[in-house]
Design a protein around this ligand. Sequence first.
Ligand code: KG4
Ligand code: ZN
Length: 348
Amino acid sequence: MRILGIETSCDETSAAVVEETGDAAKPWAIRSNVIASQVNIHREWGGVVPELASRQHIRDICWVVEQALAESSTTWTDLGAIAVTQGPGLVGSLLVGVAFAKASAAAAHVPLVAVHHLAGHIESLVLQNGEMPLPAVVLVVSGGHTSLYLVSEPVHYELLSRTRDDAAGEAYDKVAKLLGLGYPGGPVIDRLAKTGNDRAVPLPTTRLTHADRNAPELKGDLDFSFSGLKTAVLRYVRSRSAPLTDAEIADMCASFQRIVVTALLDRLFDAARRYQAKSVGIAGGVSANSRLRGEFEERGQRREMPTFLPSLRLSTDNAAMIAAAGLRRFRQGSAAPADLNADAALAL
Ligand code: KG4
Ligand code: ZN
């Protein structure tokens, strides 16, 4: 069976066709994965402007879907279902994908499947590498999220912890902005950090020990916090009488990145030990980070724990992961009603 996936939760308009393989170990194959990025539009503003994003999705959605079908030699009648990101994300952006998916599912007489964006990121690991040994602990780390999930059985994603303030990708973007490096911050900090000294600037690490008042059901000691780190970078830059030299900027990038990567991996492997995970994974835009990928694989090898990462193309927002998560839900018997609505704060 072939499924069409549609993703418009933030600033990428994407459509993909994914097919079931019949192989239980590697259940899905990507037939096409078209991504129209709006990054050049938002760069001018230093971040995503929601109103511009939704308007651009409207301009792009038709050709992106048509291209995804054409590249995979798929017609509407070949589709067994249409999957769409219902949330979380920017509501104006989500609505474009949801409205398009509802209309096309009705016109093509195929079932509609609603997908949680983070379930898509988690399933990107399986789409890329095949099934993960369960239970698995997965870190979803992007511009909007930094959360740990326990996957004890397929389609069962249990939230273990999350950030109390900024997401890790958001911290990258904010620090890049205050260092004058432009948007998005992740890739440029990643690149500059390679030439810097990661011990040059003393920056704080945050270790939370108490439950969050807003989420008393979680123990809280696996939670993340990045706003103090961002503020420390800001104070350091402001305390200097002259602008930072290129070498000092590289040192700052390397020092910042060391703290972020260590915080992410420490919690991930703590959780893996606590929940006796048989595998670990990292998904979401920040999983493209070279230091995070390298240290993750090293730590996994040391502990003889299988590690799962998406390819660079599957790490940032894309519809192939939504199609994969949609197939998973569809096979569990979940179809969305014709009056499906976008939900900017959808819970997983
Ligand atoms: O998953 P994604 O495409 O969109 C969201 O759902 O947020 O993630 C985008 C985030 C941005 O904050 C970007 O700076 C970050 O991922 N990112 C990176 C790297 N590439 C993208 N962060 C660190 N290192 C990278 N190489
Ligand atoms: Zn995302």
